[in-house]
Design a protein around this ligand. Structure first.
Ligand SMILES: *[C@@H]1O[C@H](CO)[C@@H](O)[C@H](O)[C@H]1NC(C)=O
Ligand SMILES: *[C@@H]1O[C@H](CO)[C@@H](O)[C@H](O)[C@H]1NC(C)=O
Ligand SMILES: *[C@@H]1O[C@H](CO)[C@@H](O)[C@H](O)[C@H]1NC(C)=O
Ligand SMILES: *[C@@H]1O[C@H](CO)[C@@H](O)[C@H](O)[C@H]1NC(C)=O
Ligand SMILES: *[C@@H]1O[C@H](CO)[C@@H](O)[C@H](O)[C@H]1NC(C)=O
Ligand SMILES: *[C@@H]1O[C@H](CO)[C@@H](O)[C@H](O)[C@H]1NC(C)=O
Ligand SMILES: *[C@@H]1O[C@H](CO)[C@@H](O)[C@H](O)[C@H]1NC(C)=O
Ligand SMILES: *[C@@H]1O[C@H](CO)[C@@H](O)[C@H](O)[C@H]1NC(C)=O
Ligand SMILES: *[C@@H]1O[C@H](CO)[C@@H](O)[C@H](O)[C@H]1NC(C)=O
Ligand SMILES: *[C@@H]1O[C@H](CO)[C@@H](O)[C@H](O)[C@H]1NC(C)=O
Ligand SMILES: *[C@@H]1O[C@H](CO)[C@@H](O)[C@H](O)[C@H]1NC(C)=O
Ligand SMILES: *[C@@H]1O[C@H](CO)[C@@H](O)[C@H](O)[C@H]1NC(C)=O
Length: 363
């Protein structure tokens, strides 16, 4: 207010000097300083320090870093994301994918007025937060009233904007916090998969994201080919199928039935299936995955006292004793074949003890 008054006085003063009619109201928004020239519509706004730019200081300077632009908080507050101009957070939702929309401006968090707030605007919020591409708009402080400034009003995104503050909007508002805007973003990205209820990360109830929510798969025709697709989608090598809600029952919809993968699909959602199911959650499908286990290659080893050896005898050996590289005659080291098919380095200390074990043959 002070700045507006100062700008007004400045402009008035200047207009007296140059005998021009000055603006009744400074055209410079957000506290920008008006510098009036002649004629009357010749002016510049000094936006320095306002956090805004543009002819009339109306364009918020967006300086989000990738992490801040994707920061999300939920209730209870787990962490406070950095407040960089233009970054967003969702506050007071029951999950991290929903809440009152708060926008960082000039180092503090403000809210968005719900005038003309719609799903297109909500979609831009979700995309900016990395939470999918669509969103559901909420009005009338559905997620409670904020207490900061109301920084955006009349938001009218066309849906292509990367940041909410890039959407057409009005920086001055006629709102109260009872009109704070909120969103619900998809809980997950369609086609993604997670395992629930297992004893470790390799097993569990198969949950697949469909329509932005987690659902389950019916175990009709569920077999290890299907389980293999699930496990490979999750980065494992293979899997076995387990049905009858062995790992517990899901809560969401049953989104796939009669799944019939060929085994070459990259995603479970790519497998032949029907969505019109006749199942109940007691038939929820599960998997038990296995990590890739590669065999270590046979090596030919030159040893001073034994000559050349081919080692070990069988490719499937996961541990084997080998002649110590620099050990005394007959000394051996115990090496292990890791799951990625490389031999773990010999335990050099065991090279001190000498007992020639099986697993060698002269060639
Ligand atoms: C700046 O404000 C003036 C006066 O309100 C307006 O006529 C003009 O269109 C505005 N310019 C921009 C770029 O917003
Ligand atoms: C506006 O005022 C500046 C400073 O006096 C002057 O250089 C410029 O030519 C003026 N522009 C117009 C369009 O009158
Ligand atoms: C703009 O405002 C800043 C801060 O008030 C001031 O330091 C600067 O000199 C001003 N620039 C002009 C061109 O008036
Ligand atoms: C931005 O914050 C600074 C310091 O917190 C304050 O002096 C300034 O008036 C604020 N500007 C706006 C436009 O809110
Ligand atoms: C959170 O939202 C509920 C309504 O869902 C509201 O009653 C409560 O005051 C809100 N709390 C905060 C801190 O915004
Ligand atoms: C605004 O609300 C937050 C929690 O939602 C609280 O930490 C903060 O102190 C409140 N600020 C004011 C000025 O009431
Ligand atoms: C911006 O909002 C103010 C206050 O509600 C209103 O007077 C003005 O007409 C609005 N401007 C635009 C461009 O919608
Ligand atoms: C497989 O499913 C994923 C995730 O749903 C999808 O992105 C991809 O386009 C599908 N590929 C084919 C060939 O249908
Ligand atoms: C289903 O919901 C219950 C209660 O909300 C929860 O304890 C359980 O973990 C959920 N199951 C799954 C698979 O998400
Ligand atoms: C490893 O060797 C065993 C025994 O020779 C064989 O059955 C298995 O298929 C091999 N695994 C790989 C990944 O080549
Ligand atoms: C090698 O060491 C492992 C454990 O360190 C042991 O289980 C294995 O029996 C040893 N193998 C040989 C051939 O000595
Ligand atoms: C193979 O696994 C071992 C131990 O797990 C690891 O040290 C090594 O870097 C891995 N090698 C490759 C090529 O991934």
């Amino acid at each position: 207010m002070k700045k507006y008054l100062a700008a007004f006085l400045f402009c008035t003063f200047y207009s007296v000097l140059v005998a021009q009619v000055c603006y009744n109201d400074s055209p410079c928004m957000n506290g920008g300083e008006c510098i009036q020239y002649s004629p009357a519509d010749n002016y510049t706004c000094n936006c320095t320090g306002t956090g805004y730019e543009g002819v009339n200081c109306t364009e918020l300077i967006v300086t989000p870093t990738p992490t801040s632009a994707f920061s999300v908080i939920s209730t209870p507050l787990v962490c406070t994301p950095p407040c960089n101009s233009g970054s967003l957070r969702l506050v007071n939702g029951s999950r991290s994918n929903e809440g009152r929309v708060e926008v960082c401006q000039n180092g503090t968090w403000g809210t968005v007025c719900d005038d003309s707030w719609d799903n297109t605007d909500a979609g831009v919020v979700c995309r900016q937060l990395g939470l999918g591409t669509s969103g559901t708009a909420y009005i009338r402080a559905h997620f409670g009233e904020g207490n900061g400034s109301i920084v955006l009003d009349d938001v009218a995104c066309d849906g292509t904007e990367q940041f909410l503050v890039n959407c057409r909007h009005n920086s001055s508002h006629n709102c109260g916090h009872y009109e704070d805007a909120g969103v619900t973003c998809p809980a997950c990205i369609d086609g993604s998969i997670r395992l629930a209820g297992g004893f470790n990360s390799l097993e569990g109830l198969v949950e697949i994201c469909s329509g932005g929510a987690w659902g389950t798969v019916c175990d009709d025709r569920w077999d290890s080919t299907d389980a293999g697709v699930v496990c490979r989608q999750l980065g494992y090598a293979s899997g076995t199928s387990i049905g009858r809600a062995y790992f517990g029952q899901g809560n969401g919809s049953i989104v796939m039935d009669n799944v019939d993968c060929t085994g070459s699909e990259s995603h479970l959602s790519n497998c032949t299936h029907i969505t019109d199911h006749n199942c109940c959650h007691s038939e929820d499908a599960g998997v038990r995955c296995a990590r890739a286990v590669a065999n270590c290659s046979m090596e030919t080893i030159a040893s001073s006292d034994r000559g050349t050896f081919e080692w070990p005898e069988t490719m499937s050996d996961r541990t084997a004793n080998i002649p110590c590289p620099n050990g005394p005659s007959g000394a051996i080291a115990n090496r292990t074949c890791t799951n990625n098919g490389t031999w773990e380095s010999p335990d050099i200390e065991s090279c001190a003890t000498t007992s020639v074990a099986n697993g060698f043959r002269n060639i």
